[in-house]
Structure formats: structure tokens, C-alpha cells
Design a protein around this ligand. Structure first.
Ligand code: ADP
Length: 259
């Protein structure tokens, strides 16, 4: 009887450790946060138990994209409880640790502690956490790799050469740390003019696919430059929640990220 009791206690005490999937870019402004949100929502729609962590210390934009701006997470003891975001995805952000609009100017160890608070939160049954990383290869990235060991990294880039060179730096960073590259996503690829219907390529096209091939890493797909993506994301209702070709494109990437 006592034995059965202690087995039961052990089972309830056991916690699933979620697997971390890092979403990274070589530089800012290429659409990393937008991809992270939409990818997490698309994964949830595909039935995955997924959460989202916004670790972008330089510009935590996820609270807005997830429609929970200004919502402070509660805590249970020392553990933060994720808030429910858009698409039913539980979520925590660096932005929730400071007041909205306040700059985050933490040195390495503090930033690392903040990341740990978000990752080691009360995720309950969440199996995968998509982590929106800050751009580049700084303290947060190091702490992520050394302490939290993501199962893989999704790299996002726009198609032009300069952005791709930056993306390659991010790829080599994860490579060196033996974090598998899940693949490369090309964002802002192709613009369909809403007035004349003509397709143009403001940042070039196909660059990321060619780079992925050259590097021998999977190409996960491309997302067009579409004003709807910005408008819907800014409104806290990211396009992956809806229907249509853009939602399908995020869905297809989510399938490729499934392990
Ligand atoms: P990052 O996280 O790389 O800094 P964001 O995801 O914040 O980039 O995107 C930068 C801006 O570009 C945001 O205003 C976002 O809404 C917009 N954006 C991102 N991807 C697209 C896209 N495919 N089409 C249109 N706008 C986009």
C-alpha cells in the first residue's frame, strides 16, 4: 500500500520538460517574431501541444502579436504561469518582465536568468516551446544553447544576399553548438500588387532556397510579402489563425517542423 502511494506521488511530481525550438535570424526586421507567432499557432492547429516564449530582449513584440499586451503573468511560488495567447497558445515574454515601452538593458547573467524564468515556467503539459530568439549571436543565444539545449533551430531570412550572409552566421553559430538546424524559411518573398495584380520581388527571390541547398539544410518554405500579414499580426489575430494561402503556408512550415 505504502509502495503504491509513493509511486503515485512520484508520478504526479514528474514534470514533462518541454522541448525548445529556437526561431532565429542573423539580423532584425526579417520577420522572425511574426514567423514565431504564426508557427506556434499553426502547430497548435495541427494538434501539437505547443507554447511560445518571446526571448527577444531587444524588442519583445510578441505580447502584441499574441493579443495579450499589458497582461502580466501570475506566479505559483517562484514559477510563472504562462498567459493564454492568440490561437490558444500559452505564452510568456521578456516584455512581461518589464513595463511596456521600457527598454531592457540587462547584462548577460540577468538576461540569462530572465530566459530561465520564462523557459522553466509552469508549462504543464506543453511538449514543444517555440522560442523567438533575439537577432544575432549574443548572451541570450549562448545561455539558450548552454543551459536550455534546444532540440533544433529554424532560421529565417529575407531573400537578398546581405540578409542571407547574416543568416549563415546564425546557422554556423547553432552548428558549432551542435544544435541541429531544422531548416531555413524565406520571408517577404514575392509581392502581389493589390492594385495591378503584378507579382514582383522587392528583395529578390529564391535566394534562401538556393542557400539551403548549398548548405545541405532543409528548405522549409517561403512566405510572401503581404500587407495582411502585418495588419493581422499587429491586431493580435495572426494570419495562421485564419484560412487561405498564407495560413496554409504557415501550416506547411509547421508540418516540416514536426518531429
Ligand atoms: P523581426 O522579429 O525579425 O525583427 P518582425 O517579425 O517584427 O521582424 O517583422 C518586422 C515587420 O515586418 C513587422 O511590422 C511585421 O508585421 C512585418 N512583416 C514580417 N513578415 C512579413 C510579411 N511576410 N509580409 C508583410 N509584412 C511582414
Amino acid at each position: 500500500q505504502a509502495g503504491a502511494q509513493s509511486v503515485r506521488v512520484m508520478l504526479t511530481a514528474e514534470r514533462i520538460t518541454p522541448r525548445l525550438i529556437a526561431v532565429a535570424s542573423g539580423k532584425g526586421g526579417v520577420g522572425k517574431s511574426t514567423l514565431s507567432t504564426n508557427l506556434a499557432i499553426a502547430m497548435a492547429r495541427a494538434g501539437r501541444s505547443v507554447g511560445l516564449v518571446d526571448a527577444d530582449i531587444y524588442g519583445p513584440s510578441q505580447p502584441r502579436l499574441m493579443g495579450v499586451e499589458g497582461v502580466k503573468p501570475e506566479a505559483e511560488g517562484k514559477m510563472m504561469i504562462p498567459v493564454m495567447g492568440a490561437g490558444g497558445v500559452p505564452f510568456l515574454s521578456m516584455g512581461q518582465l518589464v513595463n511596456p515601452g521600457q527598454a531592457i538593458a540587462w547584462r548577460g547573467p540577468m538576461a540569462g536568468n530572465a530566459l530561465s524564468q520564462l523557459v522553466d515556467a509552469k508549462w504543464d503539459n506543453v511538449r514543444d516551446i517555440v522560442v523567438d530568439m533575439p537577432p544575432g549571436t549574443g548572451d541570450i543565444q549562448l545561455s539558450m544553447i548552454q543551459k536550455h539545449k534546444p532540440i533544433g533551430a529554424v532560421i529565417i531570412s529575407t531573400p537578398q544576399d546581405l540578409a542571407l550572409i547574416d543568416a549563415m552566421r546564425a546557422i554556423s553559430f547553432f552548428d558549432t553548438a551542435k544544435v541541429p538546424i531544422i531548416g531555413l524559411v524565406e520571408n517577404m518573398a514575392g509581392y502581389l500588387c493589390p492594385n495591378c495584380g503584378e507579382m514582383s520581388d522587392p528583395f529578390g527571390s529564391g535566394g534562401a532556397e538556393a542557400a539551403a541547398k548549398e548548405l545541405g539544410i532543409p528548405f522549409l518554405g517561403r512566405i510572401p510579402l503581404d500587407i495582411k500579414i502585418r495588419v493581422e499580426s499587429d491586431a493580435g489575430t495572426p494570419p495562421a489563425m485564419g484560412e487561405g494561402p498564407i495560413s496554409d503556408a504557415y501550416g506547411a512550415i509547421a508540418q516540416m517542423v514536426a518531429t
